[in-house]
Design a protein around this ligand. Structure first.
Ligand code: ZN
Length: 245
């Protein structure tokens, strides 16, 4: 590591420790100031961060993706509040957390788009043309784990739509619908209500219904997943195994 880089890193780590002290003074004035270990890592995805709390030693370990190195201090403070409140199971809204939320919901503009599955891309483009008037900017598009519970996700930090690999051989319009649902997340973003974060707003649900033949989609998805389940059980059924020999 070059000398300037090292200085920058040390400087950033000091700032983070100072910010955490501030947060404690503002929100937990009666608690002892915590010890903090800060690590900037390449292993976390874009703008990701996580926290570990060791209450016995009043210690935090915070890992941040390197993108945070160039970020504005107030936004980093919002991120730290978010992490510290979350791990202490406290629900609080602050101005800096709002800044952080806004930043995260716009961070897609700065994120590199280098993971685009060509098959999913076609569905994305078709949706964009037919249902969004081309208003949705390119996201990353990848296949994820084989999950039945989560058919798709949209991650604001790395601007990535992930589709469950269980859908790989599903009817095309079903995959297209899940891609559409995730594109709606990028469009509608999220907002904080009093006690929770709302990802599926009324407007979101209304627009979701505009998908062709929406009325049957839920049932078709369920049918498909049920079919997958039967196929899987058959595979492991010893009788079938026996029949093959
Ligand atoms: Zn959703």
């Amino acid at each position: 590591m070059r000398k300037e880089e090292k200085l920058l890193l040390e400087n950033k780590i000091n700032i983070i420790q100072e910010l955490i002290n501030q947060i404690y003074q503002e929100h937990f004035p009666n608690r002892r100031l915590p010890q903090v270990k800060v690590v900037f890592s390449n292993h976390l995805s874009d703008y990701n961060a996580n926290i570990k709390h060791i209450p016995m030693f009043c210690k935090y370990e915070i890992k941040l993706n390197k993108n945070w190195l160039d970020s504005n201090e107030l936004i980093i403070k919002g991120l730290l509040e978010y992490l510290i409140f979350k791990i202490n199971k406290i629900k609080k809204k602050t101005f800096t957390q709002d800044l952080y939320d806004k930043f995260i919901s716009n961070v897609h503009i700065a994120v590199e788009k280098n993971k685009i599955d060509p098959f999913l891309q076609e569905l994305f483009e078709k949706n964009n043309k037919e249902l969004f008037e081309e208003a949705i900017e390119q996201t990353n598009l990848v296949w994820g784990e084989v999950s039945k519970r989560t058919l798709g996700t949209y991650n604001y930090q790395n601007d990535t739509i992930t589709i469950s690999s269980i859908l790989k051989n599903a009817p095309l319009h079903l995959i297209r619908f899940v891609v559409y649902h995730e594109m709606l997340h990028k469009k509608h973003k999220f907002y904080k209500a009093k006690t929770n974060t709302v990802h599926h707003s009324k407007d979101f649900r209304a627009e979701e219904k505009l998908f062709p033949n929406f009325i049957n989609i839920d049932r078709e998805l369920n049918d498909f997943l049920r079919y997958k389940r039967t196929v899987k059980t058959k595979k492991f059924n010893w009788k079938n195994l026996f029949n093959r020999f």
